[in-house]
Design a protein around this ligand. Structure first.
Ligand code: F6R
Length: 366
């Protein structure tokens, strides 16, 4: 059942190349430049006329929503707000008829997300669901939706659900951007081609597994970790920290790299491993100067870098390479080493990776 892997989590990490292609297969025709998604096509006017998009979700799905915020605002030029479902539902939110709510949930059963959807519907918003589990409560409660097609996710720590959520949300953004004319035709074609190359590049990223294991062994006894990223990779930093916390029980925090100087820099000393996402596209020079700040305080730097990187390699204690892609798709690659790092640390510490203490796969309590 675990397909030869020691844990479901590892199996699911390795399933990502296929899960991502399953998510876009049948929906894109790259040569013709076509994206077909029934839930989008049937509600196109509503989506194109949205004055605002509100994303509601919890946990890892909320992180996918944050990535989507950056993607939608860049490509479609619609303002996006990303809300924790539990906060949204309890604060009398301002919702207009021309707001589109996107609810993201792997299980489709999360109680807070469900309640937030009901509230948004009562107030007249159009609610679009992005779920993995077919026929789940949330997929039935929403007006329309798109499934992620990741296949069953058994490990409590969400992995392939996250990358396939980003894949679906990228498809939606690309479709709307093309229709709205907010990206050029040639960019649209180019982005689709790049999306189709992602599964191969995820495979490449998975090749670093042995190297990541050595890094995990070096830092497995650390009490704290910091994860830093900017732009599209800021939510990936949050997700990397969440993965480590939930399965290894090591305290970890994700931060936008530039916020470090406003507080967390005080934590940095020779005991502190700092995972920095420093890919070539995406404020590279700025991240390099953040790395210098960490180094001068003797923090241990684990850089996630683009293949062939020289600068970060010279500064960091360790680097993990990922292939190059266009900026908005980098989260699909930068996430992979962070998943593997937390997995190996948890295994080395003897933790129950697939069933971490205190956690349930679907959170049906409020
Ligand atoms: C993290 C994790 C949780 C879920 C959260 C939302 O690895 O699994 O944070 O992401 O409980 O669950 P769904 O997406 O099912 O609504």
């Amino acid at each position: 059942e675990k397909g030869g892997y020691d844990h479901f989590m590892l199996k699911e990490i390795y399933e990502q190349p296929n899960a991502i292609s399953d998510t876009y297969r049948g929906r894109i025709r790259v040569a013709e430049g076509i994206i077909k998604m029934a839930g989008i096509d049937d509600n196109l006017a509503k989506l194109l006329n949205a004055k605002r998009i509100i994303v509601i979700a919890c946990g890892t799905s909320w992180h996918a929503g944050l990535v989507a915020e950056y993607i939608f605002e860049e490509l479609v030029r619609i303002p996006v707000e990303v809300e924790y479902a539990s906060e949204f539902r309890y604060r009398n939110p301002v919702i207009h008829q021309d707001d589109v709510v996107i609810a993201i949930s792997q299980s489709g059963e999360t109680a807070d997300t469900m309640a937030a959807i009901k509230l948004a519907k009562e107030r007249g918003a159009f609610v679009f669901g992005v779920c993995n589990v077919v026929g789940s409560s949330i997929s039935r409660e929403t007006h329309a939706g798109a499934y992620t097609h990741a296949g069953p996710e058994i490990g409590v720590a969400s992995t392939k659900a996250f990358t396939t959520q980003i894949t679906v949300l990228s498809l939606i953004a690309l479709k709307l951007a093309e229709r709205k004319g907010t990206i050029s035709n040639s960019d649209f074609h180019y982005y689709l081609q790049e999306l189709e190359r992602i599964p191969e590049k995820v495979k490449d990223a998975l090749e670093s597994n042995d190297h990541i294991k050595l890094i995990a062994d070096t830092y497995k006894n650390a009490r704290n970790f910091l994860y830093l990223g900017r732009g599209y990779n800021f939510p990936v930093a949050l997700e990397g920290a969440l993965k480590l916390k939930e399965i290894s029980y090591i305290h970890a925090e994700g931060y936008p790299a530039a916020e470090m100087k406003h507080g967390p820099i005080a934590l940095i000393d020779e005991q502190m491993p700092v995972v920095v996402i420093a890919t070539k596209k995406g404020h590279y020079e700025k991240v390099v100067s953040n790395i210098q700040e960490i180094k001068s305080r003797k923090g241990k730097i684990i850089g996630i870098v683009t293949e062939g990187d020289e600068t970060v390699k010279r500064l960091a204690d360790h680097v993990i390479e990922i292939p190059e892609t266009i900026e908005f798709l980098t989260p699909l690659l930068t996430t992979i080493p962070l998943q593997l790092l937390s997995y190996h640390i948890a295994v080395m510490l003897g933790k129950n990776v697939d069933q971490p203490r205190n956690l349930a796969k679907s959170v049906t309590v409020e």
